[in-house]
Design a protein around this ligand. Sequence first.
Ligand code: SAM
Length: 342
Amino acid sequence: MKRRGYPGLVHVVDTLARPVRDLRLSVTDRCNFRCTYCMPKSVFGRDYTFMPRTELLSFEELERVARAFVRHGVEKIRLTGGEPLLRKDLEVLIALLAGIPGLDLTLTTNASLLARKAQALRDAGLDRVNVSLDSLDDATFRAMNDVDFPVARVLDGIAAAAAAGLRVKVNAVVKRGVNDGGIVELAGYFRHSGQTLRFIEFMDVGATNGWRMDDVVPAAEIVRRIDEVFPVEPVEPAYRGEVAQRWRYRDGSGELGVITSVTQPFCGTCTRARISADGKLYTCLFAVRGTDLRALVRGGATDDELDAAIREVWSRRTDRYSEIRSEQTVDRERVEMSYIGG
Ligand code: SAM
């Protein structure tokens, strides 16, 4: 792997021998969508209080934390949120992170602001983006984002990203009875585009989305439905710990992925750490408590002290929530995805 032998690299594994390789940095807890399964208006309404700006890690603090994780073996950083493109001057952060040698840098977005920002992001050094798009049917999409945002503007954002030279993947969360009727249409639309579409099983993140197992469309069913119309065959994973199971169309028209977080959990190879917008380190999407790295950074900790804190947390990591998920774990307390970063 490209970072092996990187000077100053500190090897750390958790209690299940998993290294830390991916870091998700949440740059804001705000979003301009109110996707019913993620930030429902009933909870994130007009009177909801988001974090004040002073609570957010500054770009310099984010870079410092990022570099600390890179010293521990992180090879890939994803900026997320909330909606990361709502963070003012995000391209300044991209430029800082793009200055870290050998790092794979990416961003997850709802693409509502992508048409306007794609070129500046690319110019700052971003290589690729993941766009969330759950349906091509305008009425379904508007109902799911719950702010009446038209699907055409997301497609414009994707086109602008591609034109700016960004590689694009598209992620669709599937909820039974809501958008599963559009699975084949989505597959057909992206088949010849060179943009890999990935379907994500609806997960029980946070405590506000009213998750039920009945709402989950298993990835095997998603693949079966597509295969009936556009025949597919499996592709070997590109690397250990790859989140999406890969499939390719037999006619050579591209690839497709499924993220089987519910029906076939992949905790055993999970190498992801997450930093919330206010600088707390979480070692699982389903965690309850984080470790306050912002307090260390703002309290004048040296790099050695910051490194020691990260090593301490990671070496004690035991999380494997998705493997122990059941109807009984649904009521367990946990943080919201908009806060911890998707
Ligand atoms: N605003 C950005 C976006 O739309 O991509 C980034 C944050 S969003 C929380 C990241 C991803 O998490 C989106 O693709 C969203 O669809 C997905 N997501 C949110 N809640 C989910 C759930 N309950 N199950 C599966 N995926 C979910």
